[in-house]
Design a protein around this ligand. Structure first.
Ligand code: OMD
Ligand code: FE2
Length: 428
């Protein structure tokens, strides 16, 4: 499969030679009788540096569909807002989500763990997914948010209106808000995490004194090339709109875009390309040093959501407590694990496919076992290997759902990992 490299480039691609108009966006008669459609994910008048839109040349206009009616699948996808009725200051941790069985596809297998805000006001929703069958004649359109997909088990083929993205655990993909896609896989069941972003679309963080290179580099993001299918059979388009699901049927594949150009595109990124930066002297830097992507809020430096990873890396800090330090944070932190072990949770319990939530100002950090080990460690250079944890960090409290609190995966004894610390002994 081919890709075009770079993040937010103004790409151009055609699956049939001559399909993409030259020199204008909307000719009187596009080639071959194609229909031109502008797809805008920022306001027309957003500043040039923020502006995102693509032009699509498709076999039929997207408008050719009937009424959307309520869709009652996806039973564990939260409907409505995050009203706080299950919100707690307690630190929460979940066992791995059991793998889907039967005819559960990506849409039906979405499970909401928590979120904040709303599609109208910004915020995020955090879901896990598990699916046992590929989507075929179903497409998903999330009008509420962009979707950052973090696979944990199983390879995915994400078919979008602009083309296809293959991702494996260790990679991520982003589907723009409002763009139709389906998720296929060669082998199931699959499982992973999704950040549904109601706020400003994800972009790379500023690098400040780090300079013009480092962390996630733009050239390592990949957008698809145009790909279409000409299938005349019934397709269900399932739309998430203002926190509810709707469905309509069309008599052809929605993936009929033959050519496109623009900068509002899906993309994939291999987290192994992340240029991890850390201390070469002492102290553990704030984990913001590991930010892959950020969705800013209107308050500078205070993200609607940061996507942060904890990848393999060298630890060389001298006279330093090397694991994540104890922490109380105005920001709220949801964590997941793709594989391996997280260096703050060597006592077990934080597992691939599981999750944890440390909400605003509630103390967290290394468990007693990790703490003891780190305080006694011989501080030679050592490499943390075979691990990939990540965090969705948000400026607002992440409200857990009923499923998160009562769905049978919540660990009842999480607090116990922070018991048994020895008290400091002061001089007499
Ligand atoms: O484990 C966590 O909760 C995230 C985290 C990581 C880190 O490197 C420092 C502080 C912190 O809270
Ligand atoms: Fe933290």
């Amino acid at each position: 499969m081919d890709y075009q490299t770079g993040l937010l480039n103004h790409f151009a691609s055609e699956a049939v030679a001559g399909a993409l108009p030259a020199g204008r966006n909307s000719p009187q008669r596009p080639a071959f009788g194609l229909y031109a459609e502008q797809f805008s994910t920022t306001a027309f008048t957003a500043p040039r540096t923020e502006n995102r839109r693509s032009w699509l040349y498709r076999m039929r206009p997207t408008t050719a569909h009937g009424r959307f009616v309520p869709f009652d699948g996806a039973p564990r996808l939260k409907r409505g807002g995050f009203d706080g009725s299950h919100t707690t200051p307690n630190r929460l941790r979940w066992d791995p989500l059991p793998m889907a069985e039967g005819d559960v596809d990506f849409i039906d297998g979405l499970v909401t763990y928590g979120g904040n805000g709303s599609p109208a006001d910004g915020g995020i929703a955090i879901h896990l997914y598990t699916a046992a069958v590929s989507m075929d004649t179903r497409a998903f359109q999330n009008s509420d948010g962009e979707m950052l997909i973090v696979p944990q088990a199983g390879d995915l083929l994400i078919v979008t209106e602009l083309g296809r993205l293959a991702i494996s655990p260790g990679c991520v993909a982003i589907v723009p808000r409002g763009m139709r896609f389906r998720v296929e896989f060669p082998e199931g069941p699959v499982r992973g995490y999704v950040c549904e972003n109601f706020g400003a679309p994800f972009r790379l963080p500023d690098l400040g004194p780090i300079g013009s290179n480092g962390l996630a580099n733009p050239r390592d993001f990949e957008a698809p090339v145009a790909w279409f299918e000409d299938r005349e059979e019934d397709f269900a388009v399932i739309q998430k709109f203002q926190g509810r699901l709707w469905q309509t049927t069309i008599d052809h594949s929605p993936f009929d875009v033959v050519a496109w150009h623009g900068n509002s595109t899906p993309c994939r990124y291999d987290l192994a390309r992340f240029n991890t930066i850390g201390t070469v002297s002492f102290d553990h830097p704030d984990p913001s040093i590991f930010t892959v992507l950020t969705s800013p809020s209107e308050t500078p430096g205070t993200a609607n959501c940061d996507f942060v990873i904890f990848p393999p890396r060298w630890m060389v800090a001298e006279d330093t407590f090397r694991p994540p330090w104890f922490h109380r944070n105005v920001m709220s932190e949801f964590m997941g694990l793709v594989h391996g072990e997280y260096d703050a949770k060597e006592g077990g319990g934080f597992m691939p496919g599981g999750a944890s939530l440390h909400n605003q100002f509630n103390g967290h950090g290394p468990d007693a076992q990790s703490t003891r080990k780190a305080m006694q460690a011989d501080l030679g250079p050592m490499k943390i290997e075979d691990t990939l944890a990540f965090m969705f960090e948000s400026r607002n409290v992440i409200h857990p759902t009923q499923f998160a609190m009562q769905g049978g995966l919540l660990q009842s004894d999480y607090d116990a990992c922070w018991t048994g610390f020895e008290k400091a002994t002061l001089p007499k």
